[in-house]
Design a protein around this ligand. Structure first.
Ligand SMILES: *Cc1c(COP(=O)(O)O)cnc(C)c1O
Length: 398
């Protein structure tokens, strides 16, 4: 998945453009910047690639989620439905606004179960936030229908699925809003950065203002701009945006290599009786950044994961016991370990996560191993890795 594997002259050239003018900020200093507007240029290119009307860049994927929620008017006491398998950014971004994360089970897609979403809707629900984990997607038609029926915002967290598609649309472009991360381990990286895409002019204007202290961005005298609403600083810097332009130019080549390498390993593992793969919703195409597979039981999965690690097959994740991506590891959330007091809405409306039954999620997650698809390996090296994985997994489960 990581774009850092293909960092090179293109990125250096882009960064040098910025260093030569010395204008590291995305706004203002028009006379000094030699015509370089890297953040704007990246936004235009990214919106086009994502077949969306608008893109707003921000400082991270986490801030993209917060800004996207804020742009849709979500705030104190509003409930946002999110899955049990995701990155901690999901609940962090919601709580940052005083909104309330409501966690629901995943299914064999390893993303939120539409029936679990439907069951979690209350009069306070405002938004459904599927997370397209490990390169593949949620059942967007089913979630979209639920959102239309209940008049909810559909916000896709596509941070791990850049370049995947659903029914011909880029992931992230199907919902009302889509969010991406360009942190150092994502499909393309700009060091730290994030992006929001939308077709809504209102959401774009709100996002544009919110991420920059509420500035209206009219005219070219920053000091004279008005502030229609309160905002915050989630801006991206020109240096980061410059790297992103170069990386975006490499996206399609990255996706092609990922698909090749994924397919080699998948075809090899598919020969083992007892190994099955996550379900990809009909009409979906993964971005092939991870290959996720199921083994028959929790015990065998743990054994296989351990054996893969011991044999030096790196990049195989067992999320079930990993403390960043699955609810099992989120004791700080379960126990509400915060530095200061939480907003009362959050405190009052949060589920008791120590007591909620997520056994349906456990049933899938305890049997899932995800293998990172690296792009720096040659075809022969990938075949060698695949053969090693097959022999280890076979040895454990047969
Ligand atoms: C990486 C990631 C984020 C957050 O992105 P950062 O840029 O690291 O803040 C959010 N959601 C998911 C699913 C991610 O993988």
């Amino acid at each position: 998945m990581p774009g850092f594997e293909v960092f090179g002259d293109e990125e250096r050239k882009q960064v040098n453009d910025v260093l030569e003018s010395g204008v590291l900020m995305r706004y203002g200093f028009d006379g000094m910047r030699n015509g370089h507007w890297k953040a704007k240029e990246f936004e235009v290119a990214f919106a086009k690639r994502m077949e969306s009307n608008y893109c707003q860049l921000v400082s991270s994927g986490t801030s993209a989620l917060t800004v996207a929620l804020a742009s849709a008017g979500i705030g104190a006491g509003d409930e946002v439905i999110m899955p049990t398998f995701t990155f901690v950014a999901s609940f962090e971004s919601i709580i940052a606004l005083g909104a309330v994360p409501i966690l629901v089970d995943i299914d064999d897609t390893l993303t939120m179960s539409p029936s679990a979403v439907e069951a979690a809707i209350t009069p306070k629900t405002k938004c459904v936030m599927p997370v397209h984990m490990c390169g593949s997607m949620a059942d967007l038609d089913a979630l979209g229908a639920i959102c239309i029926k209940h008049d909810l915002i559909l916000l896709e967290d596509a941070c791990q699925a850049l370049g995947g598609t659903y029914k011909g649309k880029p992931l992230g472009s199907y919902g009302d809003l889509g969010c991406f991360s360009f942190d150092y381990v994502k499909t393309i990286t700009c060091g730290e950065g994030g992006g929001i895409i939308t077709n809504s002019e209102v959401f774009k204007i709100n996002a544009d203002q919110y991420q920059d202290h509420g500035h209206d961005h009219f005219g070219n005298d920053r000091g004279a701009e008005t502030h229609p609403t309160l905002g915050y600083n989630y801006r991206i810097s020109e240096l980061n945006a410059a790297v992103g332009i170069a990386q975006l130019g490499k996206l399609d080549a990255i996706l092609e290599i990922q698909k090749r390498n994924y397919t080699i390993v998948r075809n090899a593992l598919a020969t083992i009786e007892g190994v099955t793969f996550r379900t990809v919703p009909e009409g979906g195409e993964e971005n092939y950044s991870f290959l996720s597979f199921f083994l028959p039981s929790e015990a065998l999965t743990q054994k296989a994961h351990k054996a893969l690690g011991e044999a030096g097959v790196d990049g195989c994740f067992y999320w079930y016991t990993n403390n960043w991506h699955y609810i099992n590891g989120w004791n700080h959330l379960k126990n509400l370990d915060t530095l200061g007091p939480l907003p009362s809405e959050v405190k009052n409306q949060l589920q008791d996560l120590n007591a909620t039954d997520f056994s349906k999620s456990d049933a899938w997650m305890s049997r899932t191993i995800s293998s990172l698809v690296k792009i720096g390996l040659t075809e022969a090296q990938v075949k060698e890795r695949a053969a090693k994985m097959v022999s280890i997994v076979k040895n454990v489960i047969l």
